[in-house]
Design a protein around this ligand. Structure first.
Ligand code: AMP
Length: 238
C-alpha cells in the first residue's frame, strides 16, 4: 500500500481483468429467452404483467453489485461485460466500501450499482443474474449473508412491485430501503428514482434520495470512480 493511501482503497485494489472467465461463459445472445416477456403467453405464465397492463418492450432497471471475496472489482467488470449482452448498461456508479451488516465475521464489501435497460421479465432477469453469479465463482452453498465473490440484486424494476414466491423474487429488493450500500450508489445514478412508483405501496412517492438520511449511520465510503467498468482500466481504483 502506498503511504497515505486509504486502507479501504487498498482492500479492494483491482488487478488485471480475468480474461479466461469471459471465455468460459456462453455467448450472451445464445442465452436470450426465445419469448419476450411482453408476449401474452409469457406474461400469463408469470402472472403479473397483464394485471398491470404493462406493454413497453424495454424497461429501466437498477442492479446492485456486491462482493467481498477475491477481487470484487474485477468480477464486477466481468459481470458488466456480460450484462451488456442481456440489455443496455446505461450507467454504472462509483465503487463503495461497506461494513458487513447482517453477519459481522467477514471482510468489508465492495458495492456498486448500474442502470440496465432490458426487455427481460423480472424472473428472467433474476435467472440471468443468478447464472452470472455462479459463472463468476459464487459458491452456491455459501451461507446467507456470508462472504461471497458476487451478489447481484434487482433493486428496482421500472417502479414495479413483483412478488413471485415460486421464483423467490421480490421487487424492489425487500431490503433496498434499509441498506445504505444499495441506496447510495443508486442515488448517485438517479437520486429522484421512485422505486415503488407503480405500486400500491406507502412508498409510492418516496425517492432514493429521500431514504438516504434514514441510513446515514451505516458505514459506507466511496473508494473509486465509475471507470472500474471500462473494458481496460489499467489504473485500477487509484
Ligand atoms: P442473496 O444472498 O442476497 O443473493 O439472496 C439470494 C436470494 O434472494 C435468491 O434466492 C433470490 O431468489 C432472492 N431474491 C428475492 N428478491 C430478489 C431480488 N429483488 N434480487 C435478487 N435476489 C432476490
Amino acid at each position: 500500500m502506498c503511504s497515505g493511501e486509504d486502507p479501504a482503497i487498498h482492500r479492494h485494489r483491482i488487478g488485471t481483468p480475468p480474461g479466461p472467465l469471459l471465455a468460459e461463459l456462453p455467448a450472451a445472445e445464445s442465452r436470450r429467452p426465445t419469448l419476450a416477456w411482453t408476449d401474452a403467453g409469457a406474461a400469463d405464465e408469470i402472472g403479473w404483467h397483464s394485471a398491470i397492463g404493462y406493454s413497453s418492450l424495454s424497461v429501466r432497471t437498477f442492479i446492485g453489485l456486491g462482493g467481498n471475496l477475491g477481487e470484487p472489482a474485477v468480477v464486477f467488470r466481468t459481470a458488466v461485460a456480460e450484462l451488456r449482452g442481456v440489455g443496455q448498461v446505461v450507467k454504472v456508479s462509483s465503487l463503495y466500501d461497506s461494513a458487513p451488516r447482517d453477519a459481522f465475521d467477514q471482510p468489508h464489501f465492495l458495492n456498486a450499482a448500474l442502470e440496465l435497460e432490458t426487455d427481460l421479465s423480472p424472473v428472467d432477469l433474476l435467472l440471468e443474474l443468478k447464472r452470472l453469479e455462479l459463472a463468476l465463482g459464487r459458491d452456491p452453498h455459501g451461507r446467507r449473508w456470508g462472504p461471497r465473490v458476487l451478489d447481484l440484486d434487482i433493486l428496482s424494476f421500472d417502479g414495479l412491485c413483483v412478488t413471485d414466491p415460486e421464483h423467490d423474487l421480490i421487487v424492489p429488493h425487500p431490503r433496498f430501503h434499509e441498506r445504505r450500500f444499495a441506496l447510495e450508489p443508486v442515488a448517485e445514478l438517479d437520486p429522484l428514482l421512485l422505486p415503488w412508483r407503480n405500486c400500491s405501496d406507502l412508498r409510492v412517492d418516496v425517492s432514493v434520495a429521500d431514504l438516504l438520511p434514514t441510513v446515514a449511520n451505516q458505514e459506507v465510503m466511496r473508494v473509486g470512480g465509475p471507470d472500474w467498468a471500462d473494458p481496460v482500466s489499467p489504473s485500477g481504483l487509484s
